[in-house]
Design a protein around this ligand. Structure first.
Ligand code: UT7
Length: 323
């Protein structure tokens, strides 16, 4: 059977760093509160002239280089983002124009913090259906643009960045020993729309709006949904948590990562953590974490990696991948 194999990973973080101490000058917060409640110590913020597509293109270039591929090899560009450059055209079209061949398909996926996991499912299905042979999937966000910088309950939690993977079609034997995406599992429950949302948009206020969140409720749902999504991936593939080399979770809150690992009975040393350095970069957080762990040599070819995410909607999901 055809497998979608991750051939290369890359990421890009903007230059500007915003520390907790700097934030404490803007809003009524402290470094101690932010670290204790979220694990976050700093976040990266895009320059005024940097758009999501700029971050996405930089990350995709690095992923293509790591894969030994040229953008002209790519026959599908997908960007997972909640902060597109414009309502339309898709941010992915800018990436395709910068790196790809004219004529190949490009589109955005919107599933907020679950966007990268949703994107993996979409790209995997294109590749398995024979409609793409080499795809670039990017999670990219300038979340700082939709954060209310006067709201201490949300503004301390988010950051900007981008991560990308190049996925190529390769023949596998259908077992979990194959390299590539082994399975994807997606969910949503729109009844929880008002727990985590942006209070604007073209169809409501005709303005962009800002992130609003009932943090405690989201936290509670996140631990339950993420644990279920991981167990679903394990059961579907007849593997145990001990078979997993690395958990690469969406990075929202250090306490969510710790609680989920504990519920799963997973050794915390197997969890890739970047939330302390990047904060929550929404759709970019998983590929940013993946990129970090690949580049520092922790994640190696052949390792079994479980990714999971949960975000606004609610949306959530998981993907089991052999690198
Ligand atoms: O990526 C999508 C998924 N997102 C998430 O998963 C986020 C989930 N939620 C969370 O990460 C946590 O709920 C938060 C980090 C947002 C909040 O942590 P918490 O332990 O649930 O705190 P809380 O909201 O219950 O707030 C506790 C107190 C409140 O004061 P009172 O009412 O107890 O007097 C808040 O007003 O902390 C106060 N507070 C702050 N204090 C200092 C809230 N934000 C801040 C702040 N600095 N930045």
């Amino acid at each position: 059977m055809i497998r979608s194999v991750i051939e290369g990973v890359g990421s890009y973080l903007p230059e500007k760093v915003l520390t907790n101490a700097e934030l404490a000058v803007k809003v009524d917060t402290t470094d101690e509160w932010i670290v204790e409640r979220s694990g976050i110590t700093k976040r990266y913020v895009a320059a005024d002239n940097q758009k999501t597509s700029d971050l996405a293109i930089a990350a995709a270039e690095r992923a293509l280089k790591a894969a030994g591929r040229d953008g002209k090899d790519v026959d599908l560009f997908v960007v997972a983002t909640t902060t597109p450059d414009q309502i339309f055209p898709a941010t992915a079209a800018r990436v395709q124009a910068a790196l790809g061949r004219p004529g190949v398909p490009s589109f955005d996926v919107q599933a907020v913090c679950s966007g990268f996991v949703y994107g993996l499912a979409v790209v995997d299905n294109f590749i398995k259906a024979g409609q793409a042979k080499c795809a670039v999937l990017i999670g990219a966000e300038v979340f700082s643009r939709i954060v209310d910088w006067t709201d201490r309950t949300t503004c301390v939690l988010f950051g900007d960045g981008a991560g990308a993977v190049v996925l190529g079609a390769q023949e596998g034997n259908g077992s979990t020993a194959d390299r590539g995406i082994i399975s994807t599992h997606l969910h949503s429950d729109g009844r929880y729309h008002d727990m985590l949302y942006v209070d604007g948009g073209p169809g409501t206020t005709n303005a962009t709006g800002y992130v609003r969140m009932k943090g405690k409720e989201v936290f509670r749902h996140a631990v339950v949904n993420l644990t279920e999504a991981v167990n679903e991936a394990l059961a579907a593939n007849n593997v145990t948590i001990d078979d997993v080399d690395w958990l690469v979770p969406h990075q929202a809150n250090r306490r969510i990562l710790d609680s989920t690992a504990q519920k799963l009975g997973l050794d915390p040393a197997k969890v890739v953590v970047t939330v302390d350095q990047h904060a929550n970069t929404s759709a970019a957080s998983i590929p940013l974490a993946l990129s970090q762990a690949v580049s520092d040599g922790r994640i190696k070819k052949g390792h079994l990696v479980l990714m999971e995410a949960m975000g606004g909607g609610f949306t959530w999901g998981s993907s089991l991948v052999r690198m």
